[in-house]
Ligand binder design. Structure first.
Ligand SMILES: [Zn+2]
Length: 401
């Protein structure tokens, strides 16, 4: 199959049976639309391997360690850490990341994504209570003023802005309404952490007499541009409310299992995120949605490979405000990932089974080539411009002293 790309980085033609022309990028393996990592906190990559050994802890004890790290970060450290983390994502086939940013170093994050060659939706999170004081905006109005002035300049056409209500813990309903109105007026993606923990539901019900999702609905947040991140412990009626609004659920299984959050069960459109980056492997995130449900329900087969593939490509792109991505067809973004089928994990795969094999047994390490806007950013399993492992080592060492 040949895929033609125009000067704008869009696919201009797809044809079967053509021989490669000189100068073509040759993709050997299963070629899919590039992967969308719909929920990321890049700086948390520095916690990998440092928190998992704390036996007997919970989400809340992990959160103390995470805030401890966040307190040590400045602009330069965040940029170095985020560039290396986005580089690791590129090696795993990610062509678009949604950075849910509550530390508010937007310029550093945008430069980092540019350095790694991926697309980015900078999802700037309003965070007014709880958390770390120095990252807070004084009010929802101050948040809107700051976000309205962010220039995605360093990434040019490869960056877009989104909005987030960090959670109902961190933003009161009247402030959530300001953020929702800001996103709605501009047609931006709007994300929020929703019902990751039962304690959040209990407190929300006690204070406001509603579930977190219903409260966000009252604030005008729900629409087909809305993403409920986690949504692990939805309350009565919440699943229907989210589905009827046309919104997405973003499931982050490797983080949710690391933090002992529980098992999510998305019912409508859903996307995937590596969130805390306990691992960065979108194939592992995708199959975990199905395989965790098998353990919980003892039923095999709720979400097949095509549904998981759509979640990690087209729906991920749409939830991050890039509806023109996520498909190999004329007029769509020329963002592609090619997964080799001749390595030890996937050798012997029949062509007809390739999607099942990659989704249920493939790994980030099988990614061979990654293309963003028609340009290679990963070739033969290596990043074309970054020594990702060396960058990760130095960026993480710098914040661990
Ligand atoms: Zn998160």
């Amino acid at each position: 199959v040949s895929i033609e790309v125009d000067d704008e980085g869009l696919i201009s033609g797809v044809a079967a049976g053509d021989a490669a022309t000189p100068g073509s990028i040759v993709l050997r393996g299963l070629t899919m639309p590039g992967l969308a990592n719909a929920h990321s906190h890049a700086f948390q990559r520095a916690l990998r391997g440092r928190t998992q050994g704390a036996l007997g802890g919970s989400f809340w004890t992990w959160r103390e360690q995470m805030y401890g790290l966040a307190a040590t970060l400045d602009e330069d450290r965040i940029e170095a850490l985020a560039r290396a983390t986005f580089g690791e994502m590129a090696l795993a086939g990610v062509t678009l990341a949604g950075e849910f940013d509550y530390l508010h170093h937007s310029d550093a994050i945008l430069r980092a994504a540019a350095g790694a060659g991926i697309r980015l939706t900078l999802i700037d999170a309003c965070y007014l209570q709880d958390g770390i004081g120095r990252f807070r905006d004084g009010s929802a109005q101050a948040w809107a003023k700051r976000v309205g002035s962010i220039d995605p300049g360093p990434l040019g056409g490869r960056a877009r802005i989104g909005a987030a209500i960090h959670s109902v813990r961190a933003v009161d309903p009247s402030d959530a309404a300001v953020v929702a109105a800001f996103a709605n007026e501009r047609g931006l993606p709007l994300h929020a952490h929703v019902s990751e923990q039962p304690a959040e539901n209990e407190e929300c019900l006690r204070r406001f007499g509603a579930t977190p999702l219903a409260l966000l609905g009252r604030a005008g947040a729900l629409s087909e541009r809305f993403t409920a991140v986690h949504a692990t412990h939805l309350g009565d009626g919440d699943a229907e409310l989210l589905r009827d609004s046309g919104g997405f659920t973003c499931v982050c299984p490797t983080t949710e299992r690391d933090l002992a959050d529980g098992i999510g069960a998305p019912t409508g459109r859903f996307t995937l995120g590596s969130d805390s980056h306990a691992v960065i492997d979108l194939f592992e995130e995708a199959r975990a949605v199905e395989l965790d449900l098998r353990l919980a329900t003892r039923i095999r087969g709720t979400h097949g490979a095509p549904a998981l593939a759509r979640a990690v490509t087209a729906d991920g792109y749409a939830s991050l405000g890039w509806p023109e991505g996520g498909a190999i067809a004329p007029g769509r973004l020329a963002d592609l990932v090619c997964v080799r089928l001749d390595g030890v994990r996937l050798a012997g795969t029949r062509a007809a089974d390739a999607l099942d094999a990659v989704l249920f047994a493939g790994a980030a390490g099988d990614v061979d080539t990654v293309v963003v806007g028609g340009r290679e950013i990963v070739r033969d399993g290596r990043h074309v411009s970054l020594d990702v492992a060396a960058e990760l080592a130095s960026a993480i060492t710098a914040v661990s002293a």
